[in-house]
Ligand binder design. Sequence first.
Ligand code: ZN
Length: 318
Amino acid sequence: MSTPLALGLDLGGTKTAGALVTGDGTVLARARAATPAARGARAVLAAVAKVARELLAAAPGPVLGLGLGAAGTIDPASATVVAATDTLPGWAGTRLRSGLTALLHDVAPEAWAGGSPVIEAVNDVHAHGLGEAWLGAAAGAPTALLVAFGTGVGGSFLVDGAPLTGAHHVGGHVGHVPSVQAAGLPCSCGATGHLEAVAAGPALAARYARLGGAAVDTPEVIARAAAGEPLAARVVTTAAAAAGEGLAGLANALDPHRLVVSGGLSEAGPTWWDPVLEAYRAAALPAVRAAVPVPATLGGDAATLGAASLLLRRSPTA
Ligand SMILES: [Zn+2]
């Protein structure tokens, strides 16, 4: 088989998903495992290695190595976890490259195209961005900003297909820009008033309950809003307006060729999207007003494809 092969893995707080990917982005096999977050970094890495082995077994030829999109702040050069939240206790400081190399030491050298695995890692939202920039909604765009509204709010600004990670590897943390609608609300980072505190999925359910609504999950709040319940509609509109304003602020500052929105809320339909777009247009500078955010297209495959692209789409100078 002449096409290059790589493993792309997406390590999240609850599950680790992986794919065996060819040079043109075809997925030949998928595998997944629960992430044993509470058992510490070593157990988490072992789960990643288990998924990798399962995919290797399905490979029709030697594999270049393993690309990993991982929760936390990642230094891609050293493939080290710089910082992490309580979702993965003990995750900060984990050396992903050496840790995974050790866990895969008994794999036969012939399984790897170079005799041993190349291991690369980025933050999981950057992996999403890489996937969409390769094969999804941002394909072909010289610059692109992907923003994910899900359990948190994260982003990836890609220039010529590579995520900008910044001086401290924090680049892309777009959920932690101030938002008027989040005034006084505590954020997952410890500060108050950040976009994530009002616009992330769990923030909707929390706000709904705080204002006197029932204790229901976010999809139920959205369903109630879509059905016309006034309180639910107000909560969703507030969160979506904050999202739209945040997106406009980022577009004003970065002017990406493509602005892509992913994450669970992006699949909520017009109940969420309509107020997002209205707020975006109101806050965007005239030149970027028509360059409205568009939905991501790769769904659950974005991060695994993006992680595999770390090996399959290396620039000639890398
Ligand atoms: Zn924050």
